[in-house]
Every structure is written in structure tokens, then in C-alpha cells.
Ligand binder design. Structure first.
Ligand SMILES: [Zn+2]
Length: 101
């Protein structure tokens, strides 16, 4: 089995792996392919939807550089959620740690 070839068929090659645990639900992920690092917090909306927050995200359009996204987003997705996909409330109001600032 040449699983090195078949492993990442549909995205640009991001392979985020947790490389350091900073605190409960706060960790550093490293992209095995590029060596890029990102700091991610696992959190959830008040409705129970699981969310992730990336800090200092280059693709974030927020002034505080937080990017709120879902754990099932594609690894190379740069998209950030403004409203929860489940309850439709603004994530900065309902998701723990996603407030502005
Ligand atoms: Zn919600």
C-alpha cells in the first residue's frame, strides 16, 4: 500500500497534528508537510456545537486575529465562521473564547 500517495487526495496538503499541549483544550498544531504551526483552542457554542479557535490566524479578517471554525472543516480551509451553523447566533456572543478582544 502506497498510502503516502493516497493519503491526501482532495486538499492542498495540510496535515495538522497536535505537537504540544499548552493547557486543557489549548494546543499547538504543526502541519507535517510545511512545518507551519498554529495555536488552536477547542471550544463549543452555547448550543453545544463543537468549535475550534485559531489564534493569530493570517486569514482571519478580525482585528484580534481569531478564526472560529469547525473541527470537520478541510485542513487547508481558511474560512472563519461568523455565525454558528447550528443555532445561527454570532459566534463572538455564544462561543466560549470567541469574544472579540
Ligand atoms: Zn450554536
Amino acid at each position: 500500500m502506497l498510502n503516502a500517495i493516497s493519503k491526501t487526495p482532495n486538499h492542498s496538503g495540510r496535515d495538522w497534528q497536535i505537537t504540544a499541549l499548552l493547557a486543557d483544550n489549548l494546543y499547538v498544531e504543526t502541519d507535517c508537510n510545511s512545518g507551519d504551526k498554529r495555536r488552536v483552542r477547542k471550544t463549543q457554542c452555547s448550543c453545544g456545537e463543537l468549535m475550534l479557535i485559531e489564534y493569530n490566524a493570517q486569514s482571519s479578517c478580525r482585528s484580534d486575529k481569531k478564526r472560529v471554525f469547525y473541527s470537520d472543516d478541510a485542513p487547508d480551509s481558511l474560512w472563519g465562521a461568523f455565525r454558528c451553523r447550528a443555532c445561527k447566533e454570532p459566534v463572538n456572543e455564544t462561543v466560549t473564547y470567541a469574544e472579540y478582544g
